[in-house]
Every structure is written in structure tokens, then in C-alpha cells.
Design a protein around this ligand. Structure first.
Ligand SMILES: C[S@@+](CC[C@H](N)C(=O)[O-])C[C@H]1O[C@@H](n2cnc3c(N)ncnc32)[C@H](O)[C@@H]1O
Length: 232
């Protein structure tokens, strides 16, 4: 499994994550060694043929920044007829998700361990995704770090391009200023229509499983904001 960057593509200067070494358990190491070859896709500047990778044509859902994979695993369990692609840079998270894939015997998940922006730019075909999920992205609360937030006009444009017409970009955050920023960025993107009749947030979708980041936010008394934008 390739851990960082790609020789042909020097690092962009501003990224939405900081690579942490992180503690990795033995079970996660084992999963990375044994299960990655089956469920992992290496980053390379080559467009992926998802029909071949999943061995079928199905609804395609992409989750960006899966963390431990709690949401991805739960959705894949509930929707065996759909295929799920998860992107995450944190290796222990990938290991954790691989263990979940194994214990639930899921055949409809594949993982990529690389910067989601480069994966979208280089590996995914335009108009190929039904849903893109971005749940509790790092909020980068300090003003000098706002440029690191993954939701930016160019990112919104990129997501819109990869969604099928009618496809949906679903986001959630427990950081109110980031929710406002997301709203501002997405409302100004002409490719998207806000699914909220009030023009702001949508009620918490029942379909969105709760993750530890959301539970943590709730413990801290943070309100959670859900956004839903449909690709025109
Ligand atoms: C705050 S966590 C939330 C994880 C998960 N979505 C949840 O709700 O539990 C954000 C995750 O996004 C990942 N991440 C941030 N920027 C990323 C990028 N450009 N590409 C891939 N993963 C990224 C981080 O490593 C981190 O695990």
C-alpha cells in the first residue's frame, strides 16, 4: 500500500489534512497486509474502471474522509445493491474499515488511501457518481487555517463534475462557522441546487449513520448542520 503522494505529482502546497503517524493496532496492520490487496485501490494517475473493479454496474457512492469507516460500513451493509468507494489518508482508519469489511463480509466497498482531491481529479470519470458524502470534514477553526478547509469553490466544482446530473452532494458538520462557509461556497456554484426549501440546511437525514465525531460534537453541545445539494 502506497502511503504518500506520487512521484509524478509533487504535493500541492495547501492540503486539507496533516499526515499523522497515528497509533495502529496489530489487527489493523494485519488487515492492511492481508485485505488491502482485495479491497484497496492504489493511487495512480490513471482513470479507474469502477464497473470492472466492482464487477457490476450499480449505484455509486463516494465518501470523502471516511475516518474509521463507521458510516461507509453501515451504509454498505444497509444497501447491498449499491457500491461504495471510500477515501481516507489516515492508515489506521483504513485498517479499521478493512476489519469491518471482513467481519461483515461486505463485497461492495473499495478504499483509496490518498488525498481525495487528487483522486477526484485523476482517478474518477466525470458524471460517474450518484452520491458524494462529506461528513464532519476537519473544520480548521483558526482563521489562518481556513484555506485548508476542503470545501472551497474549486473543490465544489470538482465534486459537481464527478456527480451524475441529479446526483447529490451531502455534507454534515458540527462547526457552525464551517456550515456557513459550506453554504456560501455551494450556493455560489451554478452546478448545484440547494435541496433545502429554506435555502439553508436540511433536517438530519435518517439515512446518515452517527459517527464518533458527531457524538463528540453533541457531547460538546455543538449543533449539527446537514447540507444537501443536487447536481443540476
Ligand atoms: C474529522 S474526521 C471525520 C471522519 C468521518 N467522516 C466521521 O464522521 O467520523 C475527517 C477525516 O477526513 C480525512 N481527510 C481530510 N482531508 C482529506 C483528503 N483531502 N483526502 C482524504 N481524506 C481526508 C482525515 O484524515 C480525517 O480522518
Amino acid at each position: 500500500m502506497q502511503e504518500r503522494g506520487h512521484a509524478a505529482f509533487p504535493q500541492r502546497t495547501i492540503r486539507s489534512f496533516v499526515q499523522r503517524a497515528g497509533r495502529i493496532t496489530r489487527a489493523q496492520e494485519r488487515a492492511l497486509a492481508e485485505l488491502w490487496p482485495q479491497f484497496g485501490i492504489e493511487f495512480a494517475p490513471v482513470v479507474l474502471d469502477l464497473d470492472t473493479i466492482f464487477g457490476r454496474r450499480a449505484r455509486r457512492v463516494l465518501e470523502i474522509g471516511i475516518g474509521d469507516g463507521e458510516t461507509l460500513l453501515e451504509l454498505a451493509r444497509r444497501q447491498p445493491g449499491a457500491d461504495f468507494l471510500g477515501i481516507e489518508v489516515h492508515r489506521p482508519g483504513i485498517g479499521h474499515c478493512l476489519l469491518g469489511i471482513e467481519s461483515a463480509a461486505l463485497g461492495n466497498i473499495r478504499l483509496i488511501s490518498h488525498d481525495a482531491v487528487e483522486v477526484l481529479e485523476m482517478q474518477l470519470v466525470d458524471a460517474s457518481l450518484d452520491d458524494v458524502l462529506l461528513y464532519f470534514p476537519d473544520p480548521w477553526p483558526k482563521k489562518r487555517h481556513h484555506k485548508r478547509r476542503i470545501v472551497q469553490p474549486a473543490f465544489a466544482e470538482l465534486v459537481a463534475r464527478k456527480l451524475k446530473p441529479g446526483g447529490v452532494f451531502r455534507l454534515a458538520t458540527d462547526w457552525a462557522p464551517y456550515a456557513e462557509h459550506m453554504l456560501e461556497v455551494l450556493q455560489h456554484d451554478p452546478s448545484f441546487a440547494n435541496a433545502s426549501p429554506a435555502g439553508d440546511y436540511v433536517p438530519r437525514p435518517e439515512s446518515r449513520p452517527q459517527t464518533k465525531f458527531e457524538r463528540r460534537g453533541e457531547r460538546l453541545g455543538h449543533e449539527v448542520f446537514d447540507l444537501e445539494f443536487r447536481r443540476a
